[in-house]
Every structure is written in C-alpha cells, then in structure tokens.
Design a protein around this ligand. Structure first.
Ligand SMILES: Nc1ncnc2c1ncn2[C@@H]1O[C@H](COP(=O)(O)OP(=O)(O)O)[C@@H](O)[C@H]1O
Ligand SMILES: [Mg+2]
Length: 306
C-alpha cells in the first residue's frame, strides 16, 4: 500500500488585507522527501509554512497535513509536526537543556522521557557541552541548532525548518546540512525554506521557487537546471568597455546581467565562448556547469532589471 502524501495543497491562498502573500498555489509533499520553498524575502515562504503548521488560518483553498484538514484538526496536526521557526524564540530564562524539556511539556511528554530525548537531541546537534549554558551565551549557529533540536522533541512525522541557516558562517551551515541529511536517512519528511539556492540544490529532493506568493517553477533541482537553463553557462567575469555586452545582446541569445557580470544561457555556450574570446580578447569569460542560482536568475532576471 502506498503511503498518502504528507502535505496536499490545492488552490491555497493567504491574504493579509490587500496583500495576497500566498496566491493560489498547488503542491504535494510526499513522505520521506526534503521539499524546499525558495525565493527572495517576502516571497511568501514563511506564510505558506505557517499555514501548514496550523498557526495561520488559510484564507481559501484546501490544505491537508498528514491526511488531516488544517481547519478541522489543527491540534492533532500540531502534535505530529516539529517546527524550527525563522526567528529565534528560545526562552532566555532557561538553559539549553531546559529549553528542550520545558518545550516537551506542550506535548505531554513525561519528565523522564523528555530528559532522555533532550539529551539525545543535544548530542545529535553537538550541543551536549552547552546543556547548562544560558541562551544569551550561545553563538548564532548554536541557537539555530538548538531550535532544530527543539523541533525534534516530539519525534515529528513532519519537520519544518524555516531558514535554518540564514546568517550562519559556512562551518555552522555545513553542520546543519549534515544533520538534515542524517534526518532524511531516518526517513523524516522535511520542509525547508531558504533563500540560498546552493543550499536547496544540495539538500532538496524537490523544490518550488516562489516569488510574490506564486510558484515560478517546481521540480527536482537537477531537472529544473536541465529544463530551464541546460548544461552550462557562459559567464563573462570581466567586461571590456561595454562592447562585449552589446555584442552578446545582439546575437539574440538570452543574456542576463547581475551586478558586473553577464550570464549567457545556451546549449551552445562552448562554441559561443570561442567566438566571443576571438572577438573580445580584453574581456574575461568562463564556461561552467549551470546551477539553481542560474535558474532563478534566468526566470527573474528581466523583472529584476525593470
Ligand atoms: N502577519 C502579517 N501581516 C501582514 N503582512 C504579512 C504578515 N506576515 C507576512 N506578511 C507579508 O506577506 C508577504 C510574505 O511574507 P513571508 O511569508 O514572511 O515571506 P518570506 O518568508 O518568503 O520572506 C510579505 O510581503 C510580508 O510583508
Ligand atoms: Mg520567511
């Protein structure tokens, strides 16, 4: 028997007065996958997941989590979902360990069991040495790890991580990535939001890129890169006097500009680069594999310029 999806959204809408933060979206999240919501600040990522965690009522449409309707069984859903919110809401009056054990009370987890789970989770997130530390003495990376540990205290069927790595240094990010991969191996279903395209490309089985409440695309990272951009990109990293840009734009190719770089999206980019170098010896260019960042730039680049 196949398992029912973990989340099913149909024509989902969230309005805040005049603003439509989530604008008629449809998606299905299957059991055991890491599903990403990507997009710039204000795209509607947090709003979408706050509806899934039943803390923000839907304006219209249908939303089912773990086979239950969010309007009918919010309490049951909350018991089986773990959430690491975007903003740090750890309790500053408690130690690291107490933040976990006090949170366990919301789920009626008996005290001894709560302590056992909390200790295991601190170990898992490499925070054991900090268990008696006050929150204000933790680094940003430690706070994020503690928030992830706290989200796991009820052994949730669905784990929601809202920007778990924003603002962290590379080492702290990589530790969280590694733990997310570990959880996936344990067959947890995970929803991840991020505005880092590289993070999503590495972690997500499937993802959506959101902008202004709508999905621009949906799919597996590799498929999206292949479908939207292709194999490779020619990047012009040092422009000459502007002649290079004029030349490339006149070729009829899709050219995007981001700050002082040009990106040429074409299946023929190796051939194009040869010709380009010949004509513009003072510009500097490279052909590299396409990434999810290119998908985003290609889809939104024109709008960003307007
Ligand atoms: N409680 C709220 N009241 C009014 N507007 C809100 C509220 N929450 C979010 N918004 C607006 O909804 C839009 C989407 O926000 P959000 O979901 O937080 O985006 P993201 O998480 O992708 O950065 C933004 O324009 C934001 O200002
Ligand atoms: Mg957000």
């Amino acid at each position: 028997m196949s398992m029912p999806p973990v989340v099913v959204a149909r024509d989902l809408v969230k309005k805040f007065e005049d603003l439509t933060a989530v604008d008629h979206i449809d998606f299905i999240i299957e059991r055991g996958e890491i599903f990403g919501f990507l997009g710039p600040n204000g795209a509607g990522k947090s709003t979408a997941i706050r509806m899934i965690q039943c803390v923000s009522p839907v304006t219209s449409g249908k939303l089912e989590v773990l086979g239950m309707d969010v309007t009918e069984q919010p309490r049951e859903i909350k018991r089986r979902v773990g959430v690491a919110p975007q903003d740090n809401n750890l309790d500053p009056d408690f130690s690291v360990l107490q933040n976990l054990t006090s949170y366990a009370r919301y789920f009626d987890i008996p005290r001894a069991e709560a302590t056992r789970r909390a200790e295991n989770l601190l170990e898992f997130m490499q925070l054991t040495e900090k268990q008696d530390t006050k929150i204000e003495q933790l680094s940003g990376g430690m706070k994020r790890r503690l928030i992830v540990a706290r989200a796991l205290i009820n052994d949730p069927d669905l784990l929601i991580l809202d920007e778990p790595t924003t603002g962290l240094d590379p080492q702290a990010r990589h530790l969280i990535w590694e733990r997310i991969r570990q959880l996936r191996k344990e067959d947890k279903t995970i929803i991840l939001t991020t505005h880092y395209m590289d993070e999503a490309e590495q972690l997500c089985d499937r993802l959506v890129i959101m902008e202004r409440g709508k999905f621009l695309v949906e799919g597996a990272p590799k498929e999206l890169i292949q479908k939207v951009v292709g194999e490779c990109v020619m990047e012009v990293i040092e422009l000459d006097d502007g002649a290079a840009e004029t030349y490339l734009r006149n070729t009829g190719l899709q050219v995007e500009r981001s700050a002082d770089r040009l990106y040429v999206y074409s299946e023929e980019c190796r051939t194009i680069e040869q010709e380009f170098r010949h004509r513009h010896p003072n510009a500097s260019s490279v052909v590299r594999p396409a990434t999810l960042e290119d998908v985003f730039l290609k889809l939104t680049g024109r709008r960003l310029r307007e």
